[in-house]
Write a new protein. Sequence first.
Length: 309
Amino acid sequence: MTQEPNWDYYRTLLAVLRHGSLSAAAREIGLTQPTVGRHIDALEETIGAQLFIRSPNGLLPTDAARDLQPYAETLASTAAALMRTATGERDRISGTVRISASEVIAVEVLPSILAPLMEEHPALRIEISASDDVEDLLHREADIAVRMTEPTQGALIAKRIGNIPLGFHAHRQYLQRNGTPQAMEDLAGHRIIGYDRQTAYIRAMLARFPIPDNIAFGFKTDSPLAQLAAIRAGLGIGICQTGLGRRDPGLVHVLADAFEIRLETWVVMHEGIRTSSRYRATFDALVNGLTNYVRRETSGPSQRADMPS
């Protein structure tokens, strides 16, 4: 390689890898299609290797493109972290904070916690990465994370929130049509909502909380949010946070005495940003809000299956 590639070329490479076409990549990053093509051509010329092969299904990445991908992703994460740091002054609560959390926590829990924080600090900007993947705080893929496992990396500040309980739930209409299971073995006669494939998160969950052998999933999806929507729609019996089940008058907690999962919850951030006002304020708001959520949503009585409908 005779010349250092322009960093913009790596951003373009990532967009083409994500979408498999020049036009879709151009729309994402706000460039014209010819400019995206020139970026790829220039990067190929610089590294001396072809990056994509044209096919009826779009642009297929070569081994060279796949080899570059993790490094390009690291550059993108670093550039985003640099911009988040540059956009906020350390003596006031402004700028951008990126939060990583599971899909369900991000959608069902965090908005009500973050709304008053952002009202109090209108110059604060929040980015949410809603994923069950554990993002790397050391490389600043996110600034703050809400995690369901105890952090093991060094150089992190971690605050334990408590345990969020989960259990089997079903909509009242489903139970009226199909009956209410009275024991774990009764689940064999019901439509169970579950996962489509074992992701790293699912494998970790199964290692800690094995699912009974007699359960066969009749409705499968990789998305915990889609599972929650299916429970609410009366498609079957599935697992959700008991606090969320308590919020919905249509949901009933079944087999409450026979099955429960408790997710240990932590709020985590890199120790290097703890002196920044915006990170500290956001961290504290998450700790306080999630602590209240766990305390509130686990203290009241659930709508149990033995209650009259």
